[in-house]
Design a protein around this ligand. Sequence first.
Ligand code: SF4
Length: 192
Amino acid sequence: MLTSRGCGSGCSFCLVPQIAGDNFRARTSASVVNELEYIKNRYKVDFVTFNDEIFTYDKKRVLDICSGIKQRRIKVPWDCQTRVDLVSKELLQSMKEANCQLINFGVESANQNILNAIGKGTTVQQNAAAIRMAKEAGLSVTVSLVLGYPGESDQTINPYLSAASKNSSQGVTPPPQILTRLIFALRHRCIS
Ligand code: SF4
């Protein structure tokens, strides 16, 4: 299911702002809960992925979705993905109570210099805290990582490979894509 589109974060490797827009737009919580109930009853789905880029962009909306799922006893397990700085303990617990099984975080790197270069706007401490809170809430966790970003070295790669291994996490991000800020910067460097 798709319940929202757009992201204003502008990470340099990511195409979402160009494809889906850099302004977040979302369906209402009632619309999402209605559709979830409909596809459960109509198609007997046994799992749903909320395929939004940043499912928890609007935390209040997700809390309302979770309340609706609980009130209407819609027993469909689901997963989603989001940023590490857009979750809270309360939100993650509410998501678990509403049958969320797994959350994917766009961690990208365990090195602060790489996170800064990407323009992620997060810290390695926020990465660790979000993973810990999600696990404490009883959710399974996966992470998306960016390998080989300009400036990457053994020194920057090793900590996040060991962190990924320690957290039993996985994720694959495609190579830098056309139209991203990163590709424009690399092209400019090549022709100047
Ligand atoms: S990586 Fe995630 S947070 Fe960054 S621009 Fe893309 S969708 Fe937004």
